[in-house]
Design a protein around this ligand. Sequence first.
Ligand SMILES: Nc1ccn([C@@H]2O[C@H](COP(=O)(O)OP(=O)(O)OP(=O)(O)O)[C@@H](O)[C@H]2O)c(=O)n1
Length: 394
Amino acid sequence: MEVYLVGGAVRDQLLGIKSQDRDWVVVGATPEQMLAQGYQPVGKDFPVFLHPTTHEEYALARTERKSGHGYHGFTCNAAPDVTLTEDLQRRDLTINAIAQNSQGELIDPFNGAGDLSQKCLRHVSPAFAEDPLRVLRVARFAARYHHLGFYIAEETLSLMCAMVNLGEVDHLVSERIWQEIIKATQTLSPWIFFTTLQQVSALKRILPELASLWQESNLPQQALKAAKQQQLSEEIQLACALLLQVHPNKASTSIEVDTAHNLTKQLLERLKAPNNIRQLNLLVNQFWAELMRLELSAKDLLNIFDRADAWRRGERFMMLLQCIKCIAGNIPHLTLEQINEHIKAIHQQWQAALAIKPRPFLKQGLTGKALGAAIHEARLSAIQATAKERSSDS
Ligand SMILES: Nc1ccn([C@@H]2O[C@H](COP(=O)(O)OP(=O)(O)OP(=O)(O)O)[C@@H](O)[C@H]2O)c(=O)n1
């Protein structure tokens, strides 16, 4: 039996990047031989084993034939006569279809090294079309290597479009889509993931709620760029990418806010996104247009703090402000300086209101509604006083 290093490890080595994990392919072996050598079987779909000591993945060389739609319905052939070239041929991109033997020599029947040096993401063979997840994978690789100048080959883009038009991506399960979105967020240029999906018409099939905004405006793209450049958290990046509130230039009507709210709920529930991400997204879509208004009164602000639960959920409110900064920083009629000042002012007024504690009112014997009303009034005064101080300073 022969063992080769394959996939990401070889690709990253040629790119001079440290790779995360190593995958191996085994040619000329049976599952029984692997078990006899102490390898642990994993996965039920493909014959993959873990090395007894390194725990790295060793897969028997295989060919796959599609027998159904989407990610299901593969028949897999992992007989010992499957050759290395046959195994490499069923892989997604030429840059991922290079093998290296134990002497360090490359086996590269599909010119992956050439495509790497040309910075080209090109599919290996028509077998690419057998797995619709690859449409998302290519978009993710485009995002990952964008800063290095990589592009997608014309013929690969055409094939991706054809797969989308045939409805192949419609069968992808939400967990897989979410996983790819998260991995895309971890790349240096996550917006390229979304623009690539837009380009091959996949966005409207897999994330239909986002498609029109990404089509009509570059706001989510720019906001996501800003969040990435400032190295803000994954949650904030996602909230920028999954923006649904569409009217940056005018105050949104309550119907528009409600629609965005419902669409956000629908999208994130379908994707089974974690709760913290759902909540921040809902908050951003509900408040960003409102919070961006430069002429917010103390009453307006207090009302937003109440509705956003800025009292008990301070960390989340901070993230909301950071999102607003990323989004608003890309709205043409506002300067970056104006936005930064505006957010700073909101932050100061919130801090002033947050400093109001119930204890003195409790000491006065206030309880229930009366206590609530007194705290509300005191917060309003604190916000007004801070606003006054700011305006006399400027
Ligand atoms: N849908 C898929 C998934 C994987 N592969 C192949 O399996 C290898 C390993 O896949 P994976 O570990 O998901 O990706 P890597 O390319 O190793 O990239 P990463 O650095 O993100 O792990 C890929 O290089 C590719 O050859 C594929 O052809 N089609």
